[in-house]
Design a protein around this ligand. Structure first.
Ligand code: ADP
Ligand code: MG
Length: 477
């Protein structure tokens, strides 16, 4: 933890530096000396016993943060309301905590594809590599992960293993397998990261929030055989429920998400015995879904397309594309998610998460993709290779006939195939290792040693915090 925060002292020097940074984190902006004085000895009334010092650690340790603060439990948002409410209102522009949100129906009811009244243009469709929509959800019976323990994380993973098993009967069309990070091989993990199904980890701002504590215990990823229904367990939020597929069939992705989120909720209710009418997912009366980072509260939904706009990247650059997206209630991210570089595709998603029904947020994303596709069509032809476009130049060559989507998909398919074969090899090696380890088990001393070394490996395998400075950081989501 940042030194002065660890001593429960106002981090005056760091806050001054953060206020002077080009992006002033919301944590630094709203943690004034008065607010600090008011809350410095307060502990949240929920299970995390959260403190303001822990809440603002990521923003203070990393002044380039955009949000820079996290909740440790549902109660944190109200127990530190004079700090968190202004942060929420500043991030979710136009939202008033006093008025709150009055969305009708359940999230799954609002995720009704027939309510989407706009379509992707044919130009946008032609440029879209893939579509992904996720919701962040936390289980009402546990503290949020920044305020959780190894035990709470492991209990969540054990519970979710039962829920996923239950899908085989309750929702077989969504069923699949659950993999724990404690037993996954590096190759398996990398294959999922390369396929965009798994978080990359190693984010120093997330590390400072407490997301990575006790890694890899209690962390896992579930997916169906097609990898179109994916769940992250305990990355930051307890659950990220994800629907994704190649191409631009946004409605199909949205429909699967709706069905999946409902099936997970039903499964958790069954396994925990939470009564009908009581909350399975943590909800706040004013804003809806509770998440660790204030940026995700509300719907917890981020709907995105990966879109190919090489001419725009070359002519105006990523920052200008992001600006255009923001003017349309959307945002741009790099090719591998938040805080990642633009290699070829750009991730365009809804920026707002609160106070609007999920289908409207998806419409924001569709409108923005249509707009950017039209801008791409108008942009000057590529002449000189710019750094972010080099992979494109390689893709396009000089042939105008080349189909970038087909090529991007082919590249992705090849990468996935390679990763899958690597994973299969690694699995065979792991099976061999297990067999050998079993044979060894007869010798008590040897087996104790193996266990100790295995634990050592797991510890050193923790997602190390990335060194150096990154591009201007966005939300810690
Ligand atoms: P989240 O908001 O869920 O935390 P991140 O920005 O951390 O998302 O990205 C997580 C992963 O999801 C990354 O690998 C990213 O490339 C992938 N991803 C995001 N949008 C899409 C999309 N439309 N198609 C395929 N993969 C996507
Ligand atoms: Mg993320």
């Amino acid at each position: 933890m940042e030194e002065s925060l660890a001593k429960n002292k106002y981090p005056a020097y760091k806050i001054k530096a953060a206020l002077a940074a080009p992006h002033t984190s919301l944590a630094a902006k709203f943690c004034t000396p008065e607010i600090w004085e008011k809350y410095k000895d307060t502990k949240s009334t929920g299970p995390a016993k959260w403190t303001l010092a822990r809440a603002i650690n990521s923003g203070i340790s990393h002044p380039e943060s955009f949000v820079g603060c996290h909740a440790g439990d549902r109660e944190s948002y109200d127990d530190f309301k004079d700090f968190f409410y202004p942060v929420i209102e500043a991030y979710h522009k136009g939202f008033s905590m006093e008025q709150g949100s009055d969305l009708k129906g359940t999230a799954s009811e609002r995720m009704d594809p027939t309510k989407i009244t706009v379509d992707l243009s044919s130009s946008a469709q032609a440029k879209i590599v893939s579509t992904r929509i996720r919701v962040a959800r936390n289980l009402s019976m546990f503290p949020l992960n920044p305020g959780g323990s190894r035990a709470s994380r492991e209990q969540i993973a054990t519970l979710m293993a039962k829920v996923y098993k239950g899908l085989k009967v309750g929702a077989p069309q969504l069923a699949g397998d659950f993999f724990l990070h404690t037993t996954m091989t590096d190759e398996q993990r990398q294959a999922l990261i390369d396929g965009h199904q798994l978080f990359r980890g190693k984010d120093r701002m997330q590390a400072a929030s407490g997301y990575h504590e006790h890694w890899p215990h209690g962390r896992g990823v579930f997916h169906n055989p097609e990898k179109s229904f994916v769940n992250w367990v305990n990355e930051g939020d307890h659950l990220r429920i994800i629907s994704m597929q190649n191409g631009g069939d946004v409605k199909a992705v949205f429909a699967r998400l709706s069905e999946g989120a409902a099936a997970i909720e039903k499964g958790v209710r069954k396994e925990t015995g939470v009564a009908e009418g009581d909350e399975v997912f943590m909800m706040h009366p004013k804003f809806g879904a509770v998440t660790c980072c204030p940026s995700n509260i509300g719907t917890g939904m981020r709907g995105s397309v990966h879109i190919l706009v090489p001419k725009l990247i070359a002519s105006i650059g990523f920052a200008a594309i992001d600006k255009l997206a923001r003017e349309r209630n959307c945002q741009a991210r790099g090719s591998s998610g938040e805080h990642s570089a633009v290699v070829d595709r750009i991730d365009i998603s809804n920026w707002r998460r609160i106070g609007f029904p999920e289908y409207e947020l998806v419409q924001d994303m569709i409108n923005c993709a249509n707009f950017l596709a039209a801008e791409e069509d108008k942009a000057p032809e590529l002449k000189v290779a710019c750094a972010p476009c080099l992979p494109f130049m390689a893709l396009f060559g000089s042939s105008k006939k080349a189909n970038p989507i087909a090529q991007a998909n082919a590249m992705q398919a090849a990468a996935e195939k390679q990763a899958a074969s690597k994973a299969a090899q690694a699995q065979a090696a792991a099976a061999k290792k297990t067999a050998m380890a079993k044979a060894k088990q007869k010798d008590d001393e040897a087996s104790a040693f193996a266990k100790a070394s295995a634990e050592q490996v797991l510890l050193t395998d923790a997602p190390a915090v990335e060194e150096g400075t990154s591009a201007a950081a966005d939300a810690n989501e």
